[in-house]
Design a protein around this ligand. Structure first.
Ligand SMILES: [Zn+2]
Length: 236
């Protein structure tokens, strides 16, 4: 990689890393393997940005609800010099996704699957103003967008997803979410085998946000070096 965007850049940016895990090789169950792998991936991404070793990355947790530091949203604390201090991580066997940015960020990944009874989950997932997904993949995209938003605010699964209205797709590729704080927006970063969504909050609705995503196994259509460069100018 060329390294995350340099500090001092005015516009918001987010770096996303997605990797496919080989938990069989580690000899652990899918979830037991995915959690530490996601944390290791996040440490590697932050270490590249900070110019330190992964062990030195000051990763802490803080719960936005109760203030405890043994659970809740991960963050770089103490905040490193420069603006990038927001992190997020997600795993869904066999995938792990992490994000680092200079604006509040949330990321969520879910492996595509076809065995979910979405119609039964519908009251718990869809806001009354949300459009109804057409197939299993669409449902997972909606799910990941909402999870990414909930992670971005720090509420995670304590927040009922049905209270989150995603808003219609905007020509800029994002969904600007009308009921969320501070100009929140979310978008999917499609892969052929998993749904990935990244959410950010910016100071103004028309602020451009650069999202750079890199996959360990590149999805179709990305350059051979595995870099999925996605540069977005967003306007409202
Ligand atoms: Zn708490």
């Amino acid at each position: 990689m060329t390294g995350p965007a340099p500090d001092g850049r005015a516009e918001p940016w987010v770096e996303v890393r997605v990797t496919e895990l080989d938990s069989a090789a580690i000899g652990l169950g899918p979830d037991a393997a995915a959690r530490p792998a996601a944390h290791a991936l996040l440490r590697r991404l932050c270490a590249q940005y900070l110019g330190c070793s992964p062990e030195q990355v000051p990763l802490a947790r803080r719960c936005v609800t109760c203030g405890a530091t043994d659970h809740g949203q991960p963050r770089l604390e103490p905040a490193p010099p420069g603006a990038a201090r927001y992190v997020s991580l997600s795993h869904s066997h066999p995938w792990a996704a992490v994000a680092l940015g200079n604006v509040p960020v949330g990321v969520d990944v879910e492996a595509f699957r076809t065995d979910v009874a979405w119609n039964r989950l519908r009251p718990f997932v869809l806001h009354s103003d949300d459009e109804v997904p057409q197939d299993q993949r669409d449902w997972l995209r909606v799910w990941t967008r909402k999870e990414a938003l909930a992670k971005m605010t720090g509420h995670g699964l304590t927040r009922p997803l049905a209270r989150i209205h995603l808003g219609p797709p905007h020509p800029d590729g994002w969904r600007h979410t009308p009921d969320e704080p501070a100009h929140s927006r979310v978008r999917s970063l499609d892969h052929d085998r998993c749904a990935i969504a990244v959410a950010v909050a910016t100071a103004a609705a028309d602020t451009a946000v650069t999202v750079r995503a890199q996959w360990s196994a590149p999805p179709p259509g990305t350059p051979a070096d595995g870099r999925g460069a996605l540069r977005e100018e967003s306007a409202r």
